[in-house]
Design a protein around this ligand. Sequence first.
Ligand code: NAP
Length: 268
Amino acid sequence: MTSARRQERSVIVTGGTRGIGRGIAELFARRGDAVLLTGRDEENARAVADGLSRATGARVAGLGVDLREPEAIERMAAEAGRLHGGIDVLCANAGIFPGKPLRELTPGDVDEVLDVNLRGGILCVRACLPALERAGRGRVVLTSSITGPVTGYAGWSHYGASKAGQLGFLRGAALELAPYGITVNAVLPGNVRTEGLAELGEEYLRGMTAAIPLGRLGETSDIAAAVFFLASGEAGFITGQTLTVDGGQTLPESLDALAPPVSGAGQG
Ligand code: NAP
C-alpha cells in the first residue's frame, strides 16, 4: 500500500529572510510546500529564497515587502496567488524589537514598532483573506512573544504592547473567520537564537540562558515546528489560541524556584 502524498500548499512567511521566519520557511519547504518569503530588500529576499529552493527542492520565491507599506502587502498577496495559485497558510512573523527606556521613547519610536509588528500583521491577514477563504481550510499563524502577553521587560514596553496587541487581534479575527474554515493562532516564542537576538549582546544572551529551565536558548527550528503544527490539518479544530515555546522560561515564580528542591523544606 502506498501512502497518499500530502498536497503542496501555498505558504507566505513574512520576515522569512532570517531568524525565526527563515526557520519557518525552511521547514515548510522541506515538507514540500511552495513558499513565498519576504523581507524589506527584494534582492536579499530572492537570494535567501534561491538558497532554500536549492537546499530543499521546493518552490521558494522571495519578495521585497516593507510591512509599513500597505500597497506592498497587497502586492505580496497577489504575488502568492500568481506564483503558487492561491494562499493556504499565512505566517505573519516579521517583527522588530528595538529596546528603549519609556522616558526616552519618541512618538516615532512607538509608531515604528506598532506599524511593523501590529498594523503590518493585521494588514497581511486582511490582504490574504480572499485567497485564504477560497482555500477552504486557510491557516493564519502569528509570531507574537512571551514579552507582553505573559511577561514584561523594562526597556521593551512598546514592543510588549505590540505583541500583546497581536493577541487582541487574534481573538476577534479567529471568531470572524471561523465561518470560512480559517483558523487563526499564535506562537509565543521565548528567547530564540536569531540574528536579531544576537544584536542584543552576549551579556543579554547569557542572562537569558540562565533563566530558561531547559538550559538553552530556543532554536528557530523549535518555533518552526510549533508553527507547522498549527498550520497542519491535525490542528484544524484549534483556533484563537496561543502556543508558548520557551523552554519553560515563564514557569518559575522566582530564581529560587529554578534551584533543585531541598528535601524537608517548608512549602509556600
Ligand atoms: P530577526 O532575526 O531580526 O528577523 C526579523 C525579520 O523581520 C527579518 O526577516 C526582516 O527582514 C523582517 N523585517 C524587519 N523589519 C521589517 C519591515 N519593516 N517590513 C518587513 N519585514 C521586516 O528577528 P527574529 O528574532 O527572527 O524575530 C522574528 C519574530 O519573532 C518577530 O516578530 C519577533 O518579535 C518574534 N520573537 C522573537 C524572539 C527571539 O528571541 N528571537 C522572541 C519572541 C518573539 P529584512 O531584514 O530582510 O528586512
